[in-house]
Design a protein around this ligand. Structure first.
Ligand code: IMP
Ligand code: MG
Length: 417
């Protein structure tokens, strides 16, 4: 059984965590392939809500192995906190958590540097999650980053940590109380990294072994395709690869091993942080979506920007990911709107995700809404006619079959078509 990849088709928060948890019922392993503690994956089981930032959502399923791939960046303090919080909820990760020794670590100084970098950008700021993601990837490509495997050589590890601490102190011209505060964070970081190093494993060999045993491995993307540094709304993007191709490089398997790519698409659009958003609604309708969908960031608590579904973007992201199917999530949030709009084109200029994306003016198709509460619905035939027509219109505009619809946060709030 080959690899099944799950990716977000918008700017993140499409409900990947919930869908991965749903799909993990059949999987031997769930593997995170990108990002770091910037992610916020929410899983709800039996009324309990788990918000994971570093650990793969698959851990919430008993017996599933959770893998963190080489292209992820790791905050060891967050990893330990999440292991502890799962434990308090009766979930043990022991023997199930496998982290690539090649992951790069987020030294605490990077968060300080990122904060200053954002302040320097003023109105041009990216609106990052403040988790030090950018500086970690920058140092990875400067080839002086700290990898988890460096922990095993005490001298190398210490020297690398000191180098990055001193760099932060110099760049930010920290005074001695500030330096002492940073050093405290660094000591905590070093201690946590030594513990987390106990979970390292050759993840490429592990995936290969599982596939050889005909077991299902789900590769879970973090963030959404429009935050991808190559294909997303540059420069308002994250630094980890958000598209399906990244699963291969991060986890160490070839494209020949992939059987399906599921794109997770929210029935409307949200975005946290700055940057272009052609279908954004800065009005009561947007506010209504925010309240109905509880659209506040899992990682930062920031209110998410809301707007209509953009099918031009979804068609684009479904293509760059090679999606074989689409799952439409949070459809229940759209109940009670008289009319719904779907963006099917732009009027003024050619499509771009670069700096000129700001200038795109959407063209909408208007479709009837429905008033019935559909939350928790599991049967296609029970959906109101207008809801069915909405799904069909989206499918037509995106050009990929919508095989699954999510109607609530719970594990089984799902319609299979
Ligand atoms: P960074 O990943 O913290 O560098 O933030 C870069 C951009 O990606 C900002 O707009 C963030 O709000 C956004 N972002 C990062 N992670 C997530 C996520 O998990 N969901 C939604 N947006 C995210
Ligand atoms: Mg999220």
């Amino acid at each position: 059984m080959p690899v099944s990849i799950v990716v977000g088709l918008q700017w993140g928060d499409e409900g990947k965590g919930k869908m991965v948890d749903h799909l993990a019922g059949k999987a031997a392993a769930v593997a995170r392939f990108s990002g770091g503690a910037n992610a916020g994956h929410t899983v709800e089981v039996d009324g309990k809500r788990f918000a994971l930032h570093m650990l793969p959502s698959g851990l919430v399923r008993e017996g599933v192995t959770a893998i963190i791939g080489s292209a992820c960046v790791l905050d060891p303090v967050t990893v330990l906190q999440e292991i502890q919080s799962l434990k308090e909820n009766g979930i043990s990760v022991e023997g199930r958590l496998k982290i690539s020794p090649k992951v790069n670590l987020t030294h605490p100084g990077y968060k300080w540097l990122e904060k200053q970098g954002e302040a320097d950008l003023a109105d041009g700021r990216i609106g990052t999650t403040g988790r030090g993601i950018g500086p970690t990837y920058v140092r990875k490509f400067m080839r002086n980053a700290i990898r988890l495997e460096d922990v095993t050589d005490g001298n190398t590890f210490r020297a690398l940590i000191d180098f990055h601490t001193e760099e932060t102190v110099a760049l930010l011209k920290l005074n001695s109380p500030e330096t002492a505060k940073l050093q405290q964070d660094v000591d905590k970081f070093a201690k946590a990294a030594r513990v987390v190093a106990g979970y390292t494993h050759d993840v490429s060999l592990l995936v290969s072994k599982l596939l050889g045993e005909n077991k299902l491995v789900i590769a879970e993307g973090a963030q959404g395709s429009l935050l991808d540094p190559d294909h997303g709304s540059y420069p308002f993007v994250t630094c980890g690869v958000c598209v399906s191709g990244g699963a291969c490089t991060s986890l160490g398997f070839g494209p020949t091993q992939v059987s399906e790519v599921t794109g997770i698409l929210k029935a409307y659009t949200t975005r946290v942080g700055s940057g272009p958003f052609p279908t954004e609604l800065n009005n009561d309708t947007g506010e209504r979506m925010r309240q109905a969908g509880h659209e506040f960031g899992t990682t930062t608590g920031r209110p998410r920007r809301c707007g209509w579904l953009d099918c031009v973007l979804a068609e684009y992201t479904a293509r760059i990911n090679g999606c074989t199917s689409v799952t439409l999530t949070l459809l229940d949030v759209l109940s009670g709107f008289d009319r719904l709009k779907i963006c099917t084109g732009y009027e003024n200029r050619q499509f771009t995700t670069g700096r000129m994306m700001e200038q795109l003016v959407p063209v909408y198709e208007t479709v009837p809404g429905w008033s019935e509460d559909i939350s928790g619905e599991t049967e296609w035939s029970n959906l109101p006619e207008a809801a069915k027509q909405y799904v069909i219109a989206v499918e037509k505009a995106v050009g990929v079959p919508v095989t699954c619809i999510s109607t609530g946060p719970g594990r089984s709030d799902v319609i299979w078509r």
